[in-house]
Design a protein around this ligand. Sequence first.
Ligand code: WTA
Length: 660
Amino acid sequence: MSATDSLKQHPGLIPPPEEFIKNAAISGMDAYYALCAEAEQDYCAYWSRLARKHLAWQKPFSVTLDESNAPFYKWFEDGTLNVSFNCLDRNLENGNADRTAIRFESDDGEVTSISYRELHKKVCELANGLKSLGVGKGDRVVIYMPMAIEGVAAMQACARIGATHSVVFGGFSAKSLQERIIDAGAVALITADEQVRAGKTLPLKAIADDALANGGCESIRKVVVYRRTGGAVDMDVTRDIWLHDLMANQSSECEPEWVSAEHPLFILYTSGSTGTPKGVQHSSGGYLLWAALTMKWTFDLKPSDIFWCTADIGWITGHTYITYGPLAVGATQIMFEGVPTYPDAARFWKMIEKHRATIFYTAPTAIRTLIKAANAEPAMHPGQFDLTSLRLLGSVGEPINPEAWMWYYKNVGGARCPIVDTFWQTETGGHMISPLPGATPMVPGSCTLPLPGIMAAVVDETGAELPNGQGGLLVIKRPWPSMLRTVWGNPDRYRAGYFPEELGGTTYLAGDGAIRDKDTGYFTITGRVDDVLNVSGHRMGTMEIESALVAHALVAEAAVVGKRDATTGEAICVFVVLKRSRPAGDEAKQIAKELRDWVGKEIGPIAKPKEIRFGDNLPKTRSGKIMRRILRVLANNEEVTQDISTLENPAILEQLKQAL
Ligand code: WTA
């Protein structure tokens, strides 16, 4: 029996629709296994073939993979290309010039469309503008923008001139922005007057001014400001310039800067288990290859598709599946400024109906929020809208529980659309483990099998591969083109964090737990194995939040743990010891509010703790180590059944059991 036939035997698997299989880029499991076999047989030949076929090279590469300085791998290094050329110029040559590249819908429902020709012009003018400010190859540019066509254009303009961008999510605080500017050593900042979400404005330029005024950001020479709302801003005449003024009178042609495939396209900061956020550095060639290829394989993108990824460009999902992937394959995509619940919780369904979206890619948290809303108010139910344009659904960012999967499948996809539950990370650049919509039989809650060429495995702490059915650490055994190249300015952290000696020093450690199904070999991700929380699909380091808390004048000690949450997946729960006596009643509530706002200001609103509990002390071992696993149990309001014999102060548990 072939592997394909044996998969078909398993009960509980949901096969992709026949019609979908017929037309899919990877059609049927035999095609999937054939690609896997090709990669197994000659790994370099496989990637070389794909890189030649799917990217436009200015000078072709001769060496596919250089492992001589592992784990600092190099892909296609002597080849040269330009990412923006691949995303824009290539489409002008391909007959896509007048195709809509982006259909942008603002918070209040206004739609602006831009064709590939127009986007090319915008990017060239902006690239020339940046050059006129003295920004060039190798410089870092921080982008602190709302969801806007101009945000995508700013990223593409950097790519065009060989500058390395670092996008900072618009929900981050002045302090977080400042830290990232300093770490990246950025020479320019591109921002907007204000950001609009759910009818409210957020003064991005004023926050940026704050960040720059705090000191340490002297590397920034110029600030470019996109006028989104026309709200009042302070312009420093020697430093600040309006984006439209910068672009005016610039040539609409800008010769791309040809760079090595290894040239850093961007740095994106993400949370780790220790220390400050790390700057995950991505390449140009390998990254773009996988962005383009996963558009074709995982999303099965066809010329007739209207693709919609609801992520923000401040996160990796927005980088790969808004700014780079869709443009690299000439897609027409929807881009949305707002939030799923404004003006009401039917916004997504109305937009799918209005724009006739065919592929919809969102996060489980959004789905769970909309399930709740639909249950509460029938008018918000997707069944009230014409969603027949959809042919494929996707999920990303966190585990999707089987109930939410089923609801999504039936009510949004009409039981007709496959769901691709895509597991990947900021570090991986693109999808790692995911069903292929025209091949892989689906199981709700499982991201199924690695994409062809991705050598994923589950191992124990020594690196030994575990048999199916046994949970362990998720690793990728071989380097792949879109992997991170280093942690910006900190190669030791890259090596120690992702390629630990215990696993041999060349195996990529994802930081997630996983288990493979006994019969199918399918992967299920069991969640982070380090001190990283996943709140609404956003990564948060517990250490970062703890550092912010202890920086508050009242706080002596703080410990942050994750608490299960039916909507956001995990929620932030903190245990705090104050420098003064333990507060109670209204005073405790008052201080808790102050601390929440403090964290919001220090890191950003997304890091605000959901729950704060005060104690006279924290549970500690005799050597003074905080016992977080016990705190996790308390946060989830469970009975402590673990061995607490090493605990020095067991009496404290009673006190910490009570939520405010
Ligand atoms: C989690 C987001 C289960 C995981 C693209 C990972 C997932 C972290 C899935 C990366 C999924 C992402 N199923 N868990 N389909 N996708 N995760 O860097 O814990 O923001 O390590 O990248 O999200 O988050 P990041």
